[in-house]
Design a protein around this ligand. Structure first.
Ligand SMILES: CC(C)(COP(=O)(O)OP(=O)(O)OC[C@H]1O[C@@H](n2cnc3c(N)ncnc32)[C@H](O)[C@@H]1OP(=O)(O)O)[C@@H](O)C(=O)NCCC(=O)NCCS
Length: 163
């Protein structure tokens, strides 16, 4: 299902992920990452109290994200928009929601790691004020070999883009 088949014109809403979402989330994961999250990883994130969120419209799950907030810093561990919903601004909207949530939870910076070749994601993050602050060589173990991770970050303490 894609955006055109959804009824109504309302905006998506964001809610907490639950165990009942995990089968759907696993399907989304398989279409999102070459090294998708497993059921164990998702359950652990729920148990550890991470900010596990679902973006939904008309009862359809469009994407999900996992955010960790620890001691004044936040890390975006996962962000995924279903393949049929990409390129329509939903990833940016979800990211903005997560920035707001991290800021409200008391974080002053939001960090993330992204595969060096993941141009769509790098574009979304750069467009929302993230800057590259590091590089982890051969960080990702993928079916086709290893790939570097870019570490990106944004100051979110007072809404400033400065880092
Ligand atoms: C990365 C991802 C979340 C982006 O979500 P999306 O809904 O497609 O992105 P948006 O439509 O909100 O795009 C926002 C901006 O990102 C950029 N962008 C999005 N897709 C792009 C693409 N395929 N190529 C280049 N730039 C792209 C554009 O600058 C766009 O701005 P514009 O609309 O003004 O042109 C989505 O592609 C995804 O889930 N990918 C698989 C999982 C993943 O890689 N997650 C990130 C892991 S760190």
């Amino acid at each position: 299902m894609n955006r055109e088949t959804l009824k109504g014109s309302e905006q998506p809403h964001f809610r907490a992920m639950t165990e009942a979402d995990l089968a759907t989330i696993l399907e989304l994961e398989a279409g999102c990452h070459p090294d998708p999250w497993t059921m164990d990883m998702l359950q652990t994130s729920l148990q550890q109290g991470h900010h596990c969120r679902v973006m939904e419209l008309d009862g359809v799950t469009m994407g999900h994200a996992v955010l960790q907030v620890v001691a004044g810093d936040a890390e975006l561990l996962d962000l995924c928009i279903g393949a049929g919903f990409r390129g329509q601004g939903w990833g940016r909207l979800f990211l903005r929601q997560l920035i707001t949530e991290a800021s409200e939870a008391g974080a002053s910076h939001l960090f993330l790691e992204v595969r060096a070749s993941n141009e769509p994601a790098i574009q979304v993050y750069s467009g929302e004020g993230f800057h590259q602050v590091g590089r982890r060589p051969r960080y990702y173990v993928l079916p086709e070999g290893r790939e570097d991770a870019l570490v990106m970050a944004r100051y979110i303490g007072d809404g400033s883009l400065a880092l």
